[in-house]
Every structure is written in C-alpha cells, then in structure tokens.
Design a protein around this ligand. Structure first.
Ligand SMILES: N[C@@H](CCC(=O)N[C@@H](CS)C(=O)NCC(=O)O)C(=O)O
Length: 242
C-alpha cells in the first residue's frame, strides 16, 4: 500500500496538537536508537503512553508506514480518532511543543534546538559510524575516535553552555526542555562506551546536574527502571554493541 500524509486529517491534527491527555503509542524496534528520544519525552512528561513493537515488520507494518521505516507515533484522541506522526525528528518536535519543552520564546527554542542538534550528532556518530560499520578494524578505529575526539569535544562545548546557564540541571532557563531529555538519553549511550571516565560529577558538574535532574523525574525514572526499558537496552547491546 502506498500512503501519503492525509490532508483530510489537518483539522483533527491541529485540534489535538497541544492536547497532553491523549494516549500515545511509539512503534519502534527493541533498541533505543531513533526511538529513544520520543520514548523519553513521553516518559518525562508523564504522558499516558506505551511502546509497541512490530510483529512482522517486513511483511506487515513496513508496508503501511509513510516512509518504510520506524519510529512512528500514534496518538489516540479522547473520542477515539488516531493521529499519526512519522520520522523521528518530526515526532520529537511535535511532542516537545505539546509538552512545553521548547522554552518560553523563539530565542529559547532556537537554543534548545541547537543543543539538540549537537547532541544528535554525537548520537549519530555512534549509531552510523561505529555500530553501522561492519569491518572490524574500521569499527575499532571509529570507536577510538568516538572516545578520544567526539566525546571530549562534546563535553567541552556542552559543559560550557550548561555552566553559562548556571549549572542548574537545565540547558535553558530553569525548566525542563527537549535538550535536557535528549542529553540524558545520549549519556546512556556514551556511558555504555566510555563508562563515567569522561563525564562524571566531579569533572563535568554541569552535564551531571542535567543527568541527575532528568533521572529524578519520577515518571522518567519509572520508565528507565521498567522491564521493558531493560529489554530494549539488552536489544541495543545485542544489535548495536552499546
Ligand atoms: N529518517 C528516519 C530514519 C528511520 C530509520 O532509518 N529507521 C530504521 C531503524 S533505525 C528502520 O526503520 N529500518 C527498517 C527498514 O528500513 O526496513 C527517522 O529519523 O525516523
């Protein structure tokens, strides 16, 4: 089946774009990767949500997606209609606006999105240039580059920006943002490769403050401790190696 984004859903979508009490399903594979941020945003926001996993991806779900890939967000309204958002970037932006994670004005939003884009680059390096490489020698060299260049550079810049905001556990102002959540997500991957050798309470107190603040959100902590999250982490390790 060839589907496009159905323009007849415009009114329903716009009516629901800022509604927080709908229920959400994130369909993605049993890995963190491109599904992790959307799951984390829903968890940190205390939304009613669940993970769903494809049952027969190639023969079933893939055929009905908008781009032949996952993640996909399904949002059920109070009257039972379902809104669909495809592509990780669109999903994360949509959810961030809905759950007030883009700051207080356009300037805040620009900053938050810049921090997020930088975080995504670190995440992509690991996913594409390390996990995605088959040749063992090239893979090992890219892993070394991640540890010796990507992470130290990331730490220098992000610690500086967070310090400038007062080392208060947030990138922007004094409230939770999309960038705070995204940092907590990428740190899980970084820790998996480097341990806490480069990012820790003593050496990177501003990054650490965000890590602690996001992980202290009860609904987020519940997600991270859940059996489902642990199963996804296991899947990540098996498939991607971190
Ligand atoms: N641009 C897409 C890329 C999504 C993507 O490549 N998803 C991969 C998993 S990480 C996928 O669905 N692969 C299965 C397939 O291609 O059949 C996004 O950011 O959402």
């Amino acid at each position: 089946m060839t589907r496009t984004i159905d323009n007849t859903t415009r009114a329903l979508f716009n009516e629901n774009a800022l509604k927080q009490d709908n229920t959400f399903k994130i369909m993605y594979f049993k890995v963190h990767a491109l599904g992790a941020n959307a799951r984390a945003i829903l968890a940190a926001s205390g939304a009613k949500w669940e993970c769903v996993f494809p049952k027969d991806w190639v023969n079933e779900e893939k055929k009905s997606t908008l781009f032949g890939v996952l993640p996909n967000l399904f949002e059920a309204t109070s009257t039972g209609e379902v809104i669909e958002v495809a592509e990780s970037d669109a999903i994360e932006s949509y959810l961030s606006r809905k759950f007030n994670l883009l700051g207080n004005d356009a300037f805040d939003e620009m900053k938050i999105k810049a921090f997020c884009c930088s975080i995504q680059s670190a995440s992509n390096f690991l996913l594409i240039k390390v996990a995605g490489i088959k040749d063992p020698e090239v893979k090992a060299a890219m892993r070394t580059q991640f540890i010796e260049t990507t992470v130290p550079r990331f730490v220098t810049y992000h610690e500086r920006h967070l310090e400038a905001n007062g080392r208060n556990g947030h990138y922007v102002g004094d409230k939770l943002s999309y960038a705070d959540i995204k940092l907590a997500v990428v740190l899980v991957s970084i820790f998996s490769v480097t341990g806490e050798s480069q990012i820790n309470k003593q050496d990177t107190p501003a990054i650490w403050a965000v890590w602690e603040k996001v992980n202290a959100i009860p609904s987020y902590a519940k997600w991270v401790k859940s059996e489902e999250y642990q199963a996804v982490s296991e899947g990540n390790l098996q498939l991607l190696g971190y």
